[in-house]
Write a protein that binds this ligand. Structure first.
Ligand code: GDP
Ligand code: MG
Length: 265
């Protein structure tokens, strides 16, 4: 393959940073956790050692979440979320992290840290944004009641109708993306469980290259879900309607990391 030269661009600092990021991307895993002390032993030790940074975003836990996290993984960065809800927690985590690649991992034992390599692999293979899907061949969920599956399916059809794309899953917490696409996800308003839907829809609207990877969602090990099917389903619906009206920024094609990927540098 012939390499295309971009003389003015190659002299920029952005190019140098992008080259380093592509050669050795630093990976940050963001773990939102609210009272997950009993589940963390099933999650944190299974995060691959080649992950550079694990950021636990505590949602004012009243159990030993923070102490357990620090005991299991002394290098873990613990931050208190600003605001309420999972959306606010993830935004706090994104801002506190430093990686070139950001990955979100639930703390309840339902997401398998062994799948992190599939997400990172898809990003290294050229995707801007990689979303887990429980409904692709190879995926599954044993953590969703039938009415949640139905709600997820219905909301997904709405997204397809309004924004196009071929997503097979919508409201799932296992996702990963290059940090340079964060501004185009434009998720400043999402506070609750609608955060994932907003990220997925915005990635589509910004014309990012989105891949789905099959993911097996296991049952939460201890405790019960914080998601309230109907109020939170309603929030997701409102987000989809709102995003159908608000303007968005299409991601520019000259983003440094994207340029590196396209030209095989
Ligand atoms: N920091 C923080 N974490 C949260 C909050 N709500 C949910 N989580 C975490 O987000 C993950 C997914 O939440 P969960 O209750 O399992 O919802 P479900 O997977 O949709 O049923 C878990 O790790 C929770 O501890 C919150 O308000 N703040
Ligand atoms: Mg869960």
């Amino acid at each position: 393959m012939t390499r295309t030269a971009f003389p003015p661009y190659q002299e920029t600092e952005a190019f140098v940073h992008a080259q380093i990021a592509m050669a050795v991307p630093r990976i940050s895993v963001i773990v939102p956790a609210m009272n997950e002390a009993e589940n963390l032993p099933h999650v944190l030790p299974r995060i691959p050692a080649w992950v550079d940074e694990v950021v636990l975003v505590d949602g004012n836990s009243t159990d030993d979440t923070i102490a357990v996290a620090k005991a299991l993984l002394p290098s873990i960065v613990v931050v208190q979320q600003e605001g309420r809800g999972k959306g606010a927690a993830l935004r706090t985590g994104f801002n506190a992290s430093h990686g070139d690649i950001i990955l979100t991992l639930d703390a309840d034992g339902s997401a398998d840290p062994g799948e992190i390599s599939a997400f990172v692999g898809a990003l290294l293979a050229g995707a801007d944004f990689v979303k887990g899907s429980r409904f692709l061949q190879g995926g599954e969920t044993v953590d969703m009641e039938w009415y949640r599956k139905l709600g997820n399916w219905g909301l997904l059809q709405l997204v397809r109708l309004r924004f196009g794309g071929k997503y097979t899953d919508l409201c799932y917490g296992y996702n990963a993306f290059w940090r340079d696409v964060l501004p185009y996800l434009d998720i400043e308003d999402a506070t609750g469980f609608e955060i994932e839907t907003e990220m997925n829809v915005q990635a589509l609207r910004a014309n990012l290259s989105v891949n789905e990877v099959a993911s097996k969602e296991k049952r939460r090990i201890h405790g019960t879900s914080n998601l309230r099917t109907f109020p939170d389903g309603w929030r997701v619906l409102k987000s989809i309607v709102r995003l159908g009206w608000v303007r968005t920024r299409a991601a520019p094609v000259n983003r440094p990391i994207l340029k590196m990927r396209q030209h095989g540098a």
